[in-house]
Design a protein around this ligand. Structure first.
Ligand code: FAD
Length: 579
């Protein structure tokens, strides 16, 4: 097949049903691009579709794959256009198992964590015949939903079943954005999207430039993926918290598991475990650190959620095309390099933007407040929200043993560090400090601290809200957000707001609302692994996904899960890992 990119068509020529493509117009354009008659193209499949609203005329921009009626003509045509950036052979995007467990293969790999990374590690292992055992500390997604609402509606947090923990992982109550900027030469992201569609996601996620599925559909898909793993011989055990690793000569021998339902503890023998804990499993990170598993502090970001009326964003992004039914609620992506702080300056950027969504209470720990965002598939809520976050680096993290004692309940050897060294858990100390302070500033009842942008820029506490009603539940307490974040972060944000307003008109509107704190932007540490995907110093332990520092978002966590699942299969079968 031949892949053609940059095919542009005026949107006015298109039908409004997003499931349909303007076959004739696109067909004719593809044929014209190849210098062929339309009949010479036998089939045309849309690979990607995006929109370009920069011109007076709104354009749809396509990447398509075409098969010629005379298949033999394809290679000659490709040779004729060799080097053309927009006429290329269609790459082979199919996923093929790296091996197959022989019938009766006894050893079962374990997958810890059933977020997107653990789901895909378990799925590919099951598809290769391995019958994985999945251990997930949280509950099955239906029960978990009730617990999550408990915080949002009744201010009751379940520390083992919440927005971060439970079936589906951290992104289950989310916007369900499914794009990523990772390098993906093996097209594993395509496998993730195809499995999602097979599990009930709308097929459009395969071709839209910025696919999203929203919360309700994610819940159903996660259940379907679990059913598939079980049908293939795998096992998924909920409310099972891995609380220790049993090592012998730095090789994994077993996992110690606490059954949270019965309170019983047991040992599960295994020599291959995928550790896909997500970025919020702080107790598990501390345990792995105490067992000497190689890890290091890494940069992440802190800040707030910002809410605007969705109409402001739509008008700024789509101009006079705002409201076109095919375009939906507009998103944005913003970056500003502030002058202050680090030698290279602080980077302020929009994070996890949720068009037509809500800001959610996302803590997993009592006495702490954390924000994030979610939306439904329709993206029909009044407000647009996004994290507005500032990069922090290990040099910013606390070093004081007393701070470690307060945040982690132990110093973890911080006092023995040489000058200039950063403790692997130091980022967690910073996160906990900020989240605890936000809890207190919010009033100590899981209200989040919040402020109007106009007051933030004028450095005065807000006393009343304006046009924008914050969507965070259970509620907000108006303060000066300068009290909630380090001065370097608020200074960078004050500089960024007008800069962002030059790209999105109205971004710094006085009534926009800041709610915080946003601290779970990525893992504050990396659990180091080698080319064989195993921990650098602990054989049989496969750190994976966002918590280990190898993914950021649903799609990239799923892709990492596939890679790690393949690496486990290769190790068990004695095969080379695919590159
Ligand atoms: P997680 O999804 O965090 O899963 C880890 C799992 O491990 C959890 O279920 C946890 O309970 C379990 N676990 C932890 N410790 C243990 C233990 N000791 N024993 C047993 N189980 C354990 N990303 C996007 O791409 N698009 C979005 O729209 C988006 N929106 C988001 C909205 C919210 C509210 C949140 C919180 C996150 C959002 N994200 C989004 C980020 C995305 O969810 C994560 O990047 C992704 O889930 C990471 O996948 P993971 O499998 O590595 O970890």
């Amino acid at each position: 097949m031949i892949r053609l990119s940059e095919l542009r068509l005026p949107l006015a020529a298109l039908p409004l049903d997003p499931e349909q493509h303007p076959d004739t117009a696109l067909h004719a354009l593809a044929a014209q691009t190849l210098g062929l008659a339309p009949e010479a193209i036998a089939t045309l499949r849309v690979h990607k579709r995006s929109f370009d609203a920069r011109k007076a005329e709104l354009l749809a921009v396509y990447i398509v794959d075409v098969a010629l009626a005379d298949a033999a003509q394809e290679s000659a045509l490709l040779a004729q256009h060799a080097g053309h950036p927009h006429i290329q052979p269609t790459p082979d995007m199919a996923w093929r198992p790296v091996g197959q467990a022989p019938a009766g293969f006894q050893e079962r790999p374990v997958v810890v964590g059933f977020g997107p990374c653990g789901i895909f590690a378990a799925l590919v292992l099951a598809q290769m015949g391995f019958k994985p055992i999945v251990l997930e500390r949280g509950k099955a997604v239906r029960e978990r939903t009730q617990d999550t609402w408990g915080l949002w509606r009744r201010r009751e947090l379940n520390p083992e079943s919440n927005v971060q923990f439970g079936e589906g992982g951290a992104g289950t109550f989310s916007d369900g954005k499914l794009y990523s900027q990772i390098k993906d030469p093996r097209h594993l992201g395509r496998k993730v999207l195809q499995e999602f569609v097979a599990a009930g996601a709308p097929p459009e996620i395969l071709y839209t430039a910025h696919p999203h599925i929203g919360t309700f559909r994610l819940v159903k898909m996660v259940q379907e993926l679990r059913a598939q793993i079980i049908a293939l011989g795998g096992e998924v055990r909920f409310q099972q918290r891995v609380r220790d690793v049993v090592l012998q000569d730095r090789r994994l021998r077993a996992l110690r598991v606490l059954d949270l339902d019965t309170g019983q503890e047991y040992e599960l023998a295994t020599s291959h475990a995928v550790i896909a804990l997500g970025h919020s499993a702080r107790d598990s990170f501390a345990m792995l650190h105490q067992r000497g598993v190689a890890m290091q502090a890494k940069p992440f970001s802190i800040g707030v959620r910002i809410e605007h009326p969705q109409g402001v964003i739509d008008r700024a992004r789509w101009g006079r095309h705002a409201g076109h039914p095919l375009l939906g609620a507009a998103d944005y992506k913003l970056v500003h390099h502030a002058k202050n702080g680090l030698a290279s300056g602080r980077t302020v950027y929009s994070f996890c933007m949720c068009p037509g969504g809500t800001v959610v209470a996302a803590t997993s720990e009592p006495g702490r407040v954390v924000t994030n965002g979610m939306s439904q598939y329709s993206r029909a809520e009044r407000n647009a929200n996004a994290g507005m976050v500032v990069g922090v680096e290990p040099a910013d993290y606390p070093r004081d043993p007393a701070a470690f004692e307060a945040a982690l309940g132990a110093t973890h050897g911080v006092e023995a560090l040489a000058a200039g060294q950063t403790h692997p858990l130091a980022g967690i100390v910073l996160q906990r400090q900020l989240e605890s302070r936000a809890f207190v500033l919010g009033g100590g009842d899981y209200n989040a601290p919040a402020q109007r942008v106009g007051d933030f820029l004028a450095r005065r506490a807000s006393t009343a809200l304006g046009e924008v009603q914050p969507s965070y539940q259970p509620g907000v307490t108006l303060i000066d957000m300068h009290d909630a974040l380090p001065a370097y972060a608020t200074a960078a944000m004050r500089e960024a707001l007008p800069a962002f307003a030059r790209k999105i008109r109205g971004y710094d509107m006085a009534d926009a609302v800041l709610t915080g704190v946003e601290t779970r932007t990525s893992a504050p540490l990396r659990i180091d692994r080698g080319d064989d995907f195993q921990s650098l110093n602990t054989e049989g332990l496969y750190p994976a996904g966002e918590g280990a520092g190898y993914a950021g978002g649903i799609l990239s966590a799923g892709v990492d899960g596939i890679k790690v699942g393949e690496a486990v299969a290769c190790a068990m079968l004695g095969l080379p890992i695919p590159s």
